[in-house]
Design a protein around this ligand. Structure first.
Ligand SMILES: C[S@@+](CC[C@H](N)C(=O)[O-])C[C@H]1O[C@@H](n2cnc3c(N)ncnc32)[C@H](O)[C@@H]1O
Length: 196
């Protein structure tokens, strides 16, 4: 299903942030994915950019339950909300774990250092605690250090290792999502999947 959604997402003509639709109307207007009837709960963490929120809106348009969460609300986030998207102005840590179970959590370029830095274990647990069995957290970072620290939480922390599998891969810059934040040219994708 996620592959189908991803393929759909590659078709930029499908998105308009200017439309405001009910979930049913959204599903009807995007009949391709609606036919699949495999609705997923998807969380976008820290989205700011138009392309990230357009991605979130495309999934919403397909009938998925999509939430975008960020304590910072950009103009693109406002447009997403006006178009019927669910944007929560808060930190992911503010979501109650018992009420949120996601199939997919997407996150691009969290702060790898500086005053907003969160050490890898609490950072990872805040996200992993929200995944359904089988669910995935997909993170892209420019930081080799933060990528390997997070991977080592997946590999070495007994509590995490018992329930999640972590994979880390380098990305070419053209394969990674665009962002104005990274200073480095390196890109990594880290995927945590909940196994049980
Ligand atoms: C470096 S910026 C990246 C923004 C954007 N995703 C991009 O790719 O350009 C990190 C973003 O994460 C958000 N953020 C930081 N801590 C967060 C948290 N605990 N929960 C949700 N979002 C958070 C920030 O407000 C900021 O918008």
């Amino acid at each position: 299903m996620l592959q189908a959604a991803t393929e759909w997402l590659q078709r930029p003509e499908r998105i308009s942030l200017g439309r405001s639709l009910t979930r049913r109307a959204r599903a009807q207007s995007c009949s391709g994915l609606a036919q699949l009837r495999l609705y997923q709960n998807v969380l976008f963490v820290g989205p700011e950019r138009h392309d990230e929120l357009a991605h979130a809106m495309r999934l919403t348009c397909h009938g998925h339950d999509v939430i975008a969460i960020n304590p910072r609300e950009t103009a693109s986030a406002k447009a997403f909300r006006r178009a019927g998207g669910t944007f929560i102005r808060a930190r992911i840590e503010d979501l109650p774990p018992e009420s949120c179970r996601f199939d997919l959590i997407c996150e691009n370029y969290p702060y790898p250092s500086g005053r907003h830095y969160v050490p890898p274990r609490p950072f990872a647990l805040a996200r992993l605690s929200l995944l359904k069995p089988g669910g995935k957290w997909i993170l892209v970072t420019e930081s080799p250090r933060y990528a390997s620290l997070l991977k080592s939480v997946g590999d070495n922390d007994n509590e995490v290792r018992a329930r999640f599998r972590a994979t880390l891969s380098p990305l070419a810059i053209h394969e990674a999502p665009p962002s104005s934040y990274p200073r480095a040219e390196t890109r990594f994708r880290l995927v945590f999947q909940r196994c049980r």
